[in-house]
Design a protein. Structure first.
Length: 468
């Protein structure tokens, strides 16, 4: 059962949160329940180590007294061991009563260990006892288990005990060295050696612990991204297969509607003819959606990437969105200072922005939706705002995770999940917040993408045209 290093800024061991670079996504590793379980495991480790120390001290005291014939105050030293054993039993019972153990309790246990060790050394020669450097073991264990605010106090306390033992202790009655005292320079050297060892132990062990925590954070991030990418691949395969299967029935419907439009009963009835035309419009939209899915999957041939200006890309996107949604309340504003740069008109990027606009529309049907575009520090910033009820607090905490939706239907939340991954693949960030009451309420989603990531790279000249 390994010791678990605690977060240096938390009173719960192993309780740390890591933020994903994509804005609103929080990666939590490990949670409060796991943190308290780690504290219990650490206390159990201390209990086991304390039993080993108690047995070792008992064997040493008895060997020194009876085998080496060095007189030590046996009753006092055995009494200290009895106190340590009783305290250890209490700690063991503590782990049985409740699994929640805080760093303060671990620190208190180490203080008891230091006090008992100091008492044993007091009765057995003080700094002349070769076991004086067992204080460093307490510091090493504390550096692994405790935050900085505890461990530096532990260093000061053990240093104080070390110093006190140079002046106050019962000298060992060695048979051949009776009355021998250590010179002051030697004692000073011992203190300096102790201080250097204690400081280096704390610094390097805590650095190692910090590196391990950072590694765990990176591994947690990589594991989550790998899981998300696997999820995206599965959805992409499903969407591509569905698009292929939809092609045949859509083609059949197109032929049937074409035949109907030429039949006399339908051609002679203006109302029926209008309905057929509307059905054909919606059918063409379905075909365009299917083509977009296949294009995103890389299955269309003979299609060259289209290079356009940033302004033209946004204008075309808004025009298409307005034309295919029964909603005309989109407030579209572009900063006049928006750079006239050339970008690749990417289907995935367009679909991602469409999804966010659709989410805003569904959050507040019939209410205005706004899209603002501007540049900031080499990044394209798109801000989508609605006048709905806003995000629930728990949704903001897990923003961008799949199946996190306020729409109350199964499978919801995939749009924002995919949007987050598209933005992240471009080196951008996605951030969500609830608007203040004085702003009109609702929610705001901000997309930030480096303009350099949108620029055309390595495309042949004949594959591009400037739409601006």
């Amino acid at each position: 059962m390994p010791l678990s290093a605690a977060d240096p800024d938390d009173d719960h061991p192993d309780d740390s949160r890591y933020l994903d670079d994509a804005g609103g996504t929080a990666l939590t590793a490990p949670g409060p329940g796991q943190a308290l379980e780690a504290g219990r495991n650490n206390l159990l480790q201390l209990v086991q180590m304390r039993w080993l120390a108690a047995v070792g001290q008992l064997a040493t005291v008895l060997s020194v007294h009876y085998a080496l014939h060095i007189a030590v105050p046996l009753p006092e030293m055995l009494s200290l061991l009895a106190v340590l054993a009783l305290f250890n039993v209490a700690c063991w019972l503590r782990t049985r009563w409740t699994p929640s153990v805080r760093n303060a309790e671990l620190f208190a246990g180490l203080l008891v260990d230091v006090a008992v060790l100091s008492g044993q050394l007091y009765y057995s020669g003080g700094v002349t006892n070769p076991f004086i450097f067992l204080f460093l073991l307490q510091i090493a264990v504390g550096a692994v288990l405790l935050p900085s605010r505890y461990i530096w106090f532990m260093v000061a306390l053990t240093g104080g005990c070390f110093t006190a033992l140079t002046q106050w202790h019962l000298p060992l009655q060695l048979p051949d060295l009776a009355g021998l005292s250590l010179p002051p320079h030697y004692i000073g050297g011992l203190l300096i050696c102790f201080a250097i060892n204690a400081g280096l132990l704390v610094i390097f062990i805590q650095r190692i612990g910090r590196n391990l925590r950072q590694r765990d954070a990176r591994l947690a991030d990589l594991r989550q991204r790998a899981a998300e990418e696997e999820h995206i691949v599965r959805m992409g395969l499903l969407a591509s297969g569905a698009a292929h299967e939809l092609g045949t029935p859509l083609a059949t419907l197109s032929v049937i509607l074409g035949d109907w439009s030429r039949m006399a009963p339908f051609a002679g009835d203006p109302e029926l003819r209008e309905e057929i035309e509307e059905m054909q419009v919606q059918l063409r939209r379905c075909k365009a959606i299917v083509s977009g899915i296949l294009m995103s999957a890389g299955e269309l041939r003979g299609e060259s990437p289209v290079v356009t200006t940033l302004q033209a890309f946004l204008d075309d996107l808004v025009e298409h969105w307005r034309g295919t949604r029964a909603h005309h309340g989109l407030d579209y504003r572009v900063d006049p200072e928006l750079p006239r740069v050339r970008i690749v008109s990417d289907v995935g990027l367009k679909q991602m922005i469409d999804n966010i606009l659709d989410n805003a529309l569904e959050a507040a049907p019939g209410q205005p939706v706004s899209l603002r575009a501007f540049a900031d520090d080499g990044e394209l910033v798109l801000c989508v705002e609605d006048r709905g009820d806003g995000f629930l607090p728990e949704m903001l905490e897990r923003f961008g995770k799949p199946y996190q939706s306020s729409k109350g239907r199964a499978g919801g939340g995939l749009g924002l999940f995919l949007a987050l991954n598209v933005v992240r693949s471009l080196g951008g960030r996605l951030h969500a917040r609830n608007r203040l009451a004085e702003e009109g309420g609702g929610a705001a989603v901000e997309i930030r993408m480096p303009l350099s990531a949108l620029a055309p790279q390595g495309l042949p000249d004949n594959a591009a045209h400037d739409a601006g």
